[in-house]
Design a protein. Structure first.
Length: 228
């Protein structure tokens, strides 16, 4: 019976119908995919701030594999080497994002996904079993608008911002030029309590920029520009 089932699956792969592989931590890429499921063969553009790794916990890899391209920004030293190796169509930048250009202490963990510019959040996470700060190093920062001014292809529509800056997400949002760069969607890691939206600084900031909350996971919130 086992061989018969294997033979049937080879001829009629019923176990693979409607299957899409997620590379995100909580399936965020599949939620975003649903926003574009009626646009077959569409190849868009993303900006990933706090991109971490070209494969691990990636909200953009699924789209890259579908022919999309974008800008990956990650402050962890040396991270751009992996992105340049595995994301050759993308623009890969090794820098931090802040409201002003300069140098900031960057807290590096034994788990690189937790690396952050936030002293408060880093010290809190360092107290969690299994996680600890391994070093604190100065990292060059610049506003997101400055990077987009330099690297965004002329006339390019930005389909989504993906922002995972480990506690520095509001600073990233504030550093954009909102009169010039208006993504259709914004994916940001923030634990927004739907019952208390007014208490979220990120929710209030994006509401003022004409975005509405359209979906969320436990860690991540999805905003859509109401002008489209």
């Amino acid at each position: 019976m086992t061989e018969l089932i294997k033979s049937l699956k080879r001829r009629f792969p019923v176990d693979k119908f409607f299957f899409h592989r997620s590379y995100s931590q909580e399936g965020e890429d599949m939620i975003y995919r649903s926003f574009f499921e009626n646009r077959k063969n569409y190849k868009g553009f993303y900006v990933d701030v706090g991109a971490h790794h070209p494969y691990r916990f990636s909200n953009t890899l699924y789209f890259y594999k579908k022919g999309w391209r974008g800008i990956n920004i990650e402050p962890t030293p040396g991270a751009d080497r992996l992105f340049n190796l595995f994301r050759k169509r993308d623009i890969n930048i090794n820098a931090g994002i802040n409201t002003a250009a300069g140098l900031l202490p960057f807290y590096c963990f034994n788990e690189p996904a937790l690396n952050s510019f936030s002293k408060e959040i880093s010290e809190t996470k360092s107290g969690i079993p299994r996680y600890n700060i391994t070093q604190v190093i100065p990292i060059k920062t610049m506003p997101l608008a400055q990077i987009l001014d330099s690297y965004l292809p002329p006339g390019q529509t930005i389909d989504f911002f993906n922002i995972d800056a480990e506690g520095f997400d509001l600073e990233v949002l504030k550093s954009n030029n909102w009169s010039r760069y208006i993504p259709l969607f914004i994916i940001v890691e923030t634990r927004i309590d739907i019952k208390n939206l007014a208490s979220s600084a990120i929710y209030n900031f994006l509401s003022e920029k004409d975005y509405e909350l359209v979906a969320k996971t436990m860690r991540t919130s999805f905003f859509k520009f109401k002008g489209n």
